[in-house]
Design a protein around this ligand. Structure first.
Ligand code: BGC
Length: 899
């Protein structure tokens, strides 16, 4: 009897705990337990989990404490809002640790336990900076010269409770404390529009300090700050001539006192063993010159000289809001090759951005040189030409003292193959490890199908994202470019947001978009803008599809993450850009100025006229007018969201006029466009530019065009992202799948089937069908733009998407898998701001078997891919479906149906 009661109690207890709503993933400003929060109103987010279905948050309560003092209690707030809840307590203090806790109530009568987390503030005011900018003042400290080292000793005599370092540089820094490298991030402080926006990072170094004498060491390399950033090696020092360091350490002692150690005239400096360090060309290190132990207290710095103080501004420096660059995948060579010229080449099997760590034993003066390339030519010789002027080399001169380890400090390379010179004897591939470096954005998406080629395409898209999300979104990671091209980021931003959480990444970059915007609202081609008149550039600005990144990306971030504050912050910039287009357009027709148009669309002369058809050139101003329409549509949605009713009215009227002008200028009365290209019809359909009654025939023309190329795409950067979405939306999903599965040039799978590509190429035929390369002046093998099809793959094949407006950020979800392409299964998931959303289906004997997970606190509308709705079951019970689609609350579901 007693035993039975016990069992009953146990069952009740376990069901009670299972029924319980629980909390996880507590973040402040999108970061978990951040230590450098500077915003006065940080935003709190959390995720709910529950074993039950249909669970929603009905209320929450947040408490924030500093020590034992409650600085904010929200009390119980009746609300479903579980993301971006703003702090409303007393003003936050600088450099202070806050503990916060949250509990929620759900619609099933449960209350969660308190979940706890922390955040720490950085400097809440620029007055907190007590440090001075220091430079080496060394003659050799120039753009092509030696990388200077800095050092400083200090004493710790009391018990330390916390020690934090706040640091930035003009140039790139690396810090050591008592002989240990500080932190696990690289290329800090990252790349921003340095003269207007510079970030500092915060590090907790409490564990690195010891009692007695301590030492700090620092290296400051030229980085993006002053090495040349275009194919013109003479155009150096774009942001300034002199690198410098700004450093402040705050040590808090157990007795309640604190002490600061700052960069000032007492620091000393010397040349380092890094003889040369440059973004495109690489690095040269001479281990014979290494001053070992330079960041330890006992090091003798008698020969070092005093630093020079600089009065560079401090007031505009802000705490970093994005994830720093870190080391990620580690790859070993899969082959050691010998080229016909006798060169030794390591093949890492994957095109990536990062560097190679070399662990080697040799004799003093041995000089090991690694040259990085993406490709070998037909005969197996490393292909350097597409790097243009970038040397992409790492050179290490050995000291001869035992096993030595080398890796660069302030540069990266885009490569799959490395040519190795200078190793005596047989190469041991084990001595070489490739490391992928990219921003520490968290992986959110997964995608897999029964077709290995599509899976490889997905892998290539993700690798091109990894290769180009290096603090800013770059076009490519290898040649003498690697710039924040706005158009590339714009077309890829939605796909990027499926694969990784890019909220903070883009939030930081968009600060620079606004900062670099002209007074007239124009937006430069690249952000940070390096095409500055001061360095002799004079370029046109605001090209369609490129400059509109300034409003498309903020809006996409709102849609994906529900980050309203981001669009609020960007709104003045978005509005200024639209006004700029209104100024340059005549009578609402954008027909002036430089345009890239549908960049890199199919051209006959590109690959020996493989498919025997005409070049697909779309009128540049037709493209521009479509993007004008798109921009106005985004502004209507954004202004509506922000309650700017006057703007909404104005933009609605503008939209009608801009569309009308499109018809007047680019369309015959029967709906034929002046450019008979895929891109022309795609853009006109995607943005609803065509009158409704003319859309069906436009779809027909589009499909005819695709057929005339024997089911090949011919789109460039701007048409490609919308090609499959338009076909699917207008009922031709069959054609979308045909294009996706096409594997001869031009197509997404051609690089994979034809040439074993492991990243997305810049051109459809960066390598031609005959194995030769495209024009080396512009042929990259790691350019994510065409990978924008990834967005359609998630939205259509596995069918996961979010509603916009009030349902943004996956609060209101749509799940609508659309089958095709003979796929037997597809699995996809996305870690949303509410939790894991997944859609997994397979087809077996005419049956569609479908597993779905909907995060707590969200609702999903599922559309089933069958007409036989009477056969739909869920967990063995007939659903009695009234239509193909129905709304579901959170939870896991198992559906089956006949197709
Ligand atoms: C870049 C692009 C960029 C383009 C603009 C190229 O050199 O690599 O991807 O968008 O210039 O036309």
């Amino acid at each position: 009897m007693k035993k039975n009661i016990l069992i009953l109690v146990f069952i009740c207890f376990t069901t009670m705990t299972f029924a319980q709503v629980e909390l996880r993933s507590l973040t402040v400003e999108n970061l978990s337990e951040p230590i450098g929060i500077e915003t006065k109103v940080p935003r709190f987010s959390w995720k709910l989990t529950s074993k039950k279905r249909d669970v929603k948050q009905t209320a929450y309560e947040i408490q924030v404490k500093e020590g034992n003092k409650v600085v904010w209690s929200s009390e119980k707030v009746t609300s479903e809002k579980s993301i971006f809840n703003k702090y409303q307590g007393v003003s936050l203090e600088s450099n202070t640790k806050y503990a916060w806790q949250i509990r929620v109530w759900d619609n099933k009568g449960n209350t969660s336990k308190w979940a706890k987390s922390t955040f720490e503030t950085a400097f809440m005011s620029s007055n907190d900076w007590k440090a001075s900018w220091i430079s080496s003042g060394l003659k050799s400290d120039t753009v092509n010269g030696n990388v200077p080292m800095y050092r400083k000793t200090f004493s710790v005599d009391k018990k330390v409770v916390s020690a934090k370092i706040f640091v930035t540089s003009r140039g790139l820094y690396e810090i050591q404390i008592n002989g240990k490298r500080m932190g696990d991030s690289y290329l800090n402080p990252g790349w921003t529009s340095y003269s207007k926006h510079l970030q500092y990072q915060t590090y907790d170094v409490s564990n690195l300090l010891g009692k007695g004498k301590n030492a700090i060491g620092a290296l400051v390399g030229s980085g993006w700050y002053r090495t040349h950033l275009t194919g013109e090696p003479k155009k150096t020092n774009i942001f300034g001539k002199q690198t410098a360091l700004l450093f402040q350490m705050v040590i808090k002692y157990a007795d309640g006192t604190q002490e600061i150690v700052v960069s000032d005239a007492s620091w000393k400096t010397s040349n380092s063993h890094i003889l040369y360090s440059e973004i495109y060309n690489g690095e040269i290190q001479d281990a014979r010159l290494e001053q070992k132990g330079y960041s330890t207290a006992s090091f003798n710095d008698d020969k070092w000289t005093s630093v020079v103080l600089k009065d560079f501004p401090i007031h505009y420096i802000t705490s970093a809001i994005n994830e720093p660059v870190k080391k990620h995948e580690i790859l070993k060579p899969i082959k050691v090759l010998t080229s016909p010229k006798g060169e030794t080449i390591l093949d890492f099997g994957q095109n990536l951005a990062g560097w190679v760590v070399v662990k080697i034993q040799g004799t003093s003066d041995d000089k090991i040189k690694l040259s990085h390339v993406e490709m070998l030519d037909k005969s197996g010789v490393p292909y350097f030409e597409n790097l243009r002027t970038a040397k992409a080399q790492a050179t290490y001169i050995l000291s001869g003292n035992g096993i030595e380890t080398f890796e660069p400090h302030f540069t990266t390379f885009g490569f799959r193959y490395v040519k190795v010179e200078g190793v005596t004897g047989k190469i041991d591939p084990d001595n070489f490890t490739a490391v992928a470096l990219y921003s520490d954005i968290k992986k959110t998406g997964s995608f897999e199908t029964s077709n290995p080629d599509i899976n490889q395409l997905q892998s290539n898209i993700q690798w091109s994202q990894k290769g180009n999300f290096l603090d800013i979104p770059t076009d490519c990671p290898q040649r003498d470019e690697r710039l924040g091209w706005t158009g590339d980021a714009e077309v890829f931003s939605r796909t990027a947001a499926y694969n990784f959480n890019v909220n903070q990444f883009f939030s930081k970059w968009l600060i620079d978009v606004a900062a670099d915007q002209g007074k007239d609202g124009s937006v430069p081609f690249v952000i940070p803008n390096i095409f500055l008149p001061e360095v002799g550039f004079s370029l046109p600005e605001s090209a369609a599809g490129w400059a509109d990144a300034s409003l498309i990306i903020p809006y996409n971030m709102y849609v994906t993450y529900g980050d309203k504050e981001l669009v609020e912050r960007q709104y003045p910039s978005m509005k200024a850009y639209l006004n700029h287009i209104r100024q340059i357009a005549k009578n609402d027709l954008w027909n002036t100025g430089w345009q890239f148009g549908d960049w890199l669309s199919y051209r006959v002369d590109d690959s020996n006229d493989e498919i025997g058809m005409k070049s697909a050139i779309t009128d540049n101003y037709l493209v521009a007018q479509c993007f004008y329409v798109y921009s106005v549509q985004i502004m209507i949605k954004t202004a509506t969201l922000l309650g700017k009713t006057e703007d909404v009215k104005e933009y609605q009227a503008l939209l009608e006029r801009v569309k009308k002008q499109f018809e007047n200028e680019f369309m015959t009365p029967s709906g034929r466009l002046i450019s008979e290209t895929q891109t022309a019809y795609i853009l006109a359909l995607q943005f609803d530019v065509l009158p409704e009654n003319l859309r069906p025939q436009a779809v027909e023309r589009l499909v005819k065009n695709i057929e005339s190329y024997n089911f090949h795409l011919t789109t460039g950067f701007l048409g490609t992202p919308f090609l499959n979405p338009v076909l699917t939306r207008f009922g031709r999903n069959d054609v979308s799948y045909k294009l996706l599965l096409q594997d001869t040039y031009p197509s997404w799978l051609y690089p994979i089937k034809g040439h074993g590509a492991t990243t997305i190429w810049e051109r459809w035929d960066s390598k031609k069908p005959d194995g030769s390369f495209q024009d080396p002046s512009m042929t990259s093998f790691n350019h994510y733009a065409y990978g924008a099809v990834g967005d359609w793959m998630y939205r259509t094949i596995v069918g996961i998407d979010t509603e916009e407006a009030d349902g943004a950020g996956y609060k209101e979800i749509t799940i609508k898998p659309q089958i095709g392409g003979d796929l037997a299964y597809a699995k996809g998931s996305l870690e949303t701001n509410y939790g894991l959303l997944s859609s997994v289906w397979k087809i077996e004997n005419g049956k569609f078997i479908f597993d779905v997970e909907i995060p707590v606190n969200t609702t999903a509308t599922i559309e089933f891919p069958t007409e036989k709705i009477e056969t739909i079951t869920e967990g063995k019970m007939n659903l009695n479906a009234k239509s193909k689609s129905a709304r579901f609350g959170s939870g896991k579901y198992h559906f089956e149906m006949q197709l």
